[in-house]
Write a protein that binds this ligand. Structure first.
Ligand SMILES: [Zn+2]
Length: 378
């Protein structure tokens, strides 16, 4: 298929909403240029800003068991961040949410990091039968973001733990350096529990009892305004290079590499490298590589070479497909049939869009009245 490719990154018209300026640079590049001015400080300014934030966290945490919380998936970003948190003298409650797709390597890496840092680890093991039912419902729905189930479970658990332990600082490995590009047309938010419940109601069979969801009200009002919870992304206040971070992890804690992005979850790997390209023609490598180009970690030529490589090794794909099918109690044929069906948009199911539009209106009015900028996310 002939596609128009951005002249600066490697995003292309497989993102239906992409636009290009007169020199062929795409909307993602333009968003990066705009956002990075207010969110990304890989320099002395960032060092000073982060220093102040850390001081505040430590000060507010005095006398408490923990001063912040971090979700550890075993991936490079959160693992590296955990090491830095030890250096910064933070005392986090480390939570790992086991949704059922952990690779053995992820478990090894998490154990090594927590041991080295001397942090308390709480592992929340989800009820697999509920997760399975929900995951199969998502496959049947045919929507593009199949990671909603695990992502929602992870954030929901993390927020609940934070509130339970009186912690208001959530430390996140999210960062502009490696994940600034995020095409909205590819993925609806994992935090939309209205959508999650609608999909489950239509295709699920089991009642969701232990699977905690975060409501629209909780996400946009209760956590940020009542509980005063704040998400801090320290990696945006320092130079962050994934390759160097990985090297430091290997050297310091004997971290073992996964090979592919999100190799810590076997489902995410299968979903990103097979489901998305096959069903929607979305190649998530373009998103990751474009982020790395924009932050200066790799060149565009290097990214283009990377994209020439096959998405999956055939033997690995066969193994992963069998693993996913078996775990979901589907036959490989059933799984293939579900993936072969045409994809659907999340808007075919009830969702938070109308609430969100109303919230934006309300926010604009309030901003005008108070003359203050209001943040509307946790
Ligand atoms: Zn671009």
């Amino acid at each position: 298929m002939n596609r128009t490719v951005c002249t600066r990154c490697v995003m292309d018209t497989s993102d239906e909403k992409i636009t290009f300026n007169s020199v062929g640079e795409c909307s993602h590049c333009q968003i990066f240029d705009k956002d990075s001015q207010s969110m990304w400080f890989p320099n002395e300014t960032g060092k000073q800003k982060l220093g102040k934030i850390l001081e505040q966290i430590r000060k507010e945490g005095e006398g408490k068991e923990y001063d912040c919380i971090i979700g550890l998936s075993g991936g490079v970003d959160s693992s590296y961040l955990a090491l830095k948190m030890k250096d910064w003298g933070l005392r986090p409650l480390v939570v790992h949410i086991d949704v059922g797709w952990n690779s053995e390597l992820a478990v090894h890496n998490i154990e090594q990091i927590v041991k080295y840092c001397g942090f308390d680890l709480y592992t929340d093991v989800m009820d697999w039968e509920e997760v399975r039912d929900l995951q199969v419902a998502y496959l049947k729905s045919g929507v593009s973001n199949q990671d909603v189930v695990q992502d929602h479970a992870i954030f929901s658990s993390l927020y609940h733990f934070a509130v339970q332990n009186g912690i208001r600082y959530v430390i996140s490995g999210g960062n502009m350096a490696t994940e600034s590009v995020a095409p909205h047309s590819w993925h609806h938010s994992a935090m939309d529990s209205i959508n999650l419940r609608a999909i489950h109601k239509r295709f699920g069979h089991k009642k969701l009892q232990s699977f905690k969801t975060i409501s629209f009200f909780q996400y946009f009002f209760y956590y940020p305004f009542i509980k005063k919870m704040t998400t801090i992304r320290p990696l945006n206040y320092m130079p962050y290079n994934k390759k160097e971070a990985l090297e430091e992890l290997v050297r310091t804690v004997g971290y073992k590499e996964y090979g592919r992005k999100h190799g810590e979850s076997r489902f995410t790997k299968f979903f990103q490298n097979y489901y998305l390209p096959k069903k929607f023609d979305y190649d998530k490598r373009k998103v990751h590589l474009s982020s790395l180009i924009l932050s200066g970690e790799i060149t565009r030529d290097c990214a283009l070479k990377e994209l020439e490589k096959p998405l999956y090794d055939p033997v690995e794909l066969k193994n992963d497909k069998e693993y996913v099918a078996k775990k979901l109690k589907l036959s490989v044929v059933e799984l293939d049939q579900l993936i072969d069906e045409p994809g659907r948009s999340y808007v075919e199911f009830d969702n938070w869009d109308r609430h969100y539009a109303l919230l934006q209106k309300l926010k604009n009015i309030l901003q005008k009245v108070t003359n203050k900028k209001i943040k509307t996310y946790a």
